[in-house]
Design a protein around this ligand. Structure first.
Ligand code: EPZ
Length: 417
C-alpha cells in the first residue's frame, strides 16, 4: 500500500505529454487473441489495469513481451477459453475478453465480473447482444458459460449506448458469418480506436464513433502494428491540475477533438485555453467561476470519468454549481473526502450541489476508486497545508506515474510506501 503526500498551493506549470488511453488499450489487447500472428501495440501506458490485462493474456496462452511503452503479443498456437475468477474479480473490465474469446474459441467460461465501488456494473446488454449473434449462454454458480456452433451476424439495438457492450459485439462479430449492425452504439473515441485497430488486422468495420456501426464478418485476421490513442480523461485531469492551482501548462500528444465537453466547461469557468491540433495550452490565474449545471452523459456529452476531477475544481470556484451523475449510480464516493478538506458539497441521489469555498485545507483522505482518487490529488494540489491521499493503487489503475508528471510541473507531491 502506498500514499501520496502533497503540500498544496504550488502552481502547476510546464508541459505534460499525455499517456495512451487506458480505455482503448484494454479492448485492443483483448482483440490480439483473435489472430495467431504477432501484434505490436505502441503507446501502452504503465498502469495496473494494463498489467492485469497482460496477466489475462498470458493466462489464455499468449506470449506477451513489454519494452517501454510497446507491448508485443504473439500466439502459442492455442488459446484457452477461461479467465480465472481471481483475475476477473481483480479487474471486472476483463469482461471485454468475452467477445474476443468467443471469436477465437467459440466458447468461453468467465466468472461474473461483479460490481465495483462506482456501481453494480451489470452486463445484461452484453449477454442479450451475444445471444442475438447465436451464442448460447448459461449463468450458474457465479460463472458465465458461453458456447456457439457458429457466430452469425445480426441487427442489434442497444437499449443504452454501453461502451463495453458495443466493444464486445464488435469483437464477437468481426469474424461472424454475415454482417452485424449495432444501432444506438456507444460513440466514445475509444470505440473508434478499437475499430481502427481491428481494421488494421483486416476487419471490415464502418461507422465506429457514430451511433450506427456495421461489421462485415471476415474469414481471418492478421497481425498488425498499432499506436493507441491518447487518454482524453488523463489529459483533462492535468488541465484541471493547472486550473485548480492558477497554473499554466501545455498538454502535448493530445487529441483535442475528443475533448470538446472538457475544454468547453473549462472555458465556461473562465480558463484561457489555446487549442492546437495535438496540444492544449491552459492559462488560469484568477479564481474560476461556478457552472450552473453539469450533467454526465454518453459521448459526446460530458464524460462521467471526468466528473470527480471537475468536482474538486468546482469546490473552490466562485459560486454554486450543480453536478448530475447520469451514468453510474454510486460515483460520489469522493465527496465525503472532499468535505473533510473543507469543501461545501451536498448530495441528494445522483445530484451534487457544490458551493465554492475560498480555500480547501490539507487532510488525510482515502481514494475509494480511480477517478475519485485523482480528484483528491487535485484537491491536495490547491489545499492549504499537507494532504495525504491513501490507497494510491486505485489511482495507479488509470494514471501513469501521476506524481512524477505533477512534480515535474512544480507540484510538491511524493509517493510514500
Ligand atoms: C467504460 O465502462 C469505461 N471503462 C468506464 O471508465 C466509463 O466510465 C464507461 O465506459 C462510460 O464511458 C472501460 O472502458 C474499461 P458502460 P463500461 O457499459 O463499458 C450500464 C474509468 O474510470 N450498463 O457504458 O462498463 C452501466 O451500469 C472507467 O476509466 C447496463 O446497465 O460502461 C452504467 O450505468 C469507469 N448493462 C452504464 O450502462 C450493461 O450490460 C454505462 O456503462 C452494460 C452497462
Amino acid at each position: 500500500m502506498s500514499r501520496f503526500e502533497i503540500i498544496g498551493k504550488a502552481p502547476i506549470r510546464g508541459e505534460i505529454s499525455v499517456q495512451g488511453a487506458k480505455n482503448a488499450v484494454l479492448p485492443i489487447l483483448a482483440a490480439t487473441i483473435m489472430t495467431e500472428e504477432v501484434c505490436v501495440i505502441d503507446n501502452c501506458p504503465y498502469l495496473r489495469d494494463v498489467d492485469k490485462t497482460i496477466l489475462v493474456l498470458r493466462g489464455l496462452g499468449s506470449k506477451v513481451m513489454r519494452t517501454d511503452h510497446t507491448i508485443t503479443v504473439s500466439d502459442n498456437g492455442y488459446c484457452d477459453c477461461e479467465i480465472c475468477e481471481t483475475l476477473m474479480r481483480q479487474m471486472r473490465s476483463s469482461i471485454i475478453f468475452l467477445g474476443a474469446i468467443l471469436t477465437r474459441c467459440k466458447k468461453a467460461v468467465l466468472s461474473m465480473p461483479g460490481g465495483c465501488p462506482i456501481g453494480q456494473r451489470p452486463i445484461d446488454l452484453h449477454l442479450k447482444a451475444l445471444k442475438k449473434l447465436g451464442v448460447k449462454i448459461k449463468e450458474e454458480h457465479g460463472f458465465i458459460y458461453c458456447y456457439a456452433d457458429k457466430i452469425t451476424g445480426a441487427d442489434i439495438h442497444l437499449d443504452f449506448p454501453s461502451v463495453g457492450a458495443t466493444e464486445n459485439i464488435m469483437l464477437a462479430s468481426v469474424m461472424a458469418q454475415g454482417t452485424t449492425t449495432i444501432s444506438n452504439a456507444a460513440r466514445e473515441p475509444e470505440i473508434k480506436d478499437l475499430a481502427n485497430f481491428l481494421n488494421s488486422m483486416g476487419a471490415k468495420i464502418t461507422g465506429a464513433g457514430e451511433s450506427q456501426i456495421r461489421i462485415e464478418g471476415v474469414c481471418e485476421l492478421h497481425g498488425t502494428r498499432y499506436r493507441v490513442m491518447p487518454d482524453r480523461i488523463v489529459a483533462g485531469t492535468y488541465l484541471i491540475a493547472a486550473a485548480i492551482t492558477g497554473g499554466d501548462i501545455t498538454i502535448t500528444d493530445a487529441e483535442p477533438d475528443n475533448m470538446n465537453a472538457i475544454c468547453d466547461t473549462l472555458i465556461q469557468m473562465g480558463a484561457n485555453l489555446d487549442i492546437g491540433d495535438n496540444k492544449i495550452h491552459i492559462m488560469s490565474a484568477d479564481r474560476l467561476k461556478a457552472v450552473e449545471i453539469i450533467r454526465t452523459m454518453p459521448y459526446p456529452g460530458f464524460p462521467t470519468d471526468i466528473q470527480s476531477p471537475f468536482m474538486s475544481l468546482l469546490s473552490v470556484a466562485n459560486g454554486t454549481s450543480i453536478l448530475v451523475e447520469n451514468i453510474f449510480e454510486n460515483r460520489f464516493r469522493h465527496v465525503d473526502e472532499l468535505v473533510r478538506m473543507g469543501a461545501d458539497i451536498k448530495v441528494s441521489g445522483r445530484t451534487a450541489i457544490i458551493k465554492g469555498v475560498d480555500e480547501l485545507y490539507g487532510a488525510t483522505v482515502r481514494a475509494r476508486e480511480l477517478r475519485g482518487g485523482a480528484a483528491l490529488v487535485l484537491a491536495g494540489l490547491c489545499a492549504n497545508g499537507k494532504t495525504i491521499v491513501d490507497n494510491t493503487e486505485y489511482i495507479d489503475r488509470g494514471y501513469e506515474r501521476i506524481e512524477e508528471c505533477l512534480s515535474k510541473c512544480g507540484a510538491h507531491i511524493k509517493r510514500v510506501n
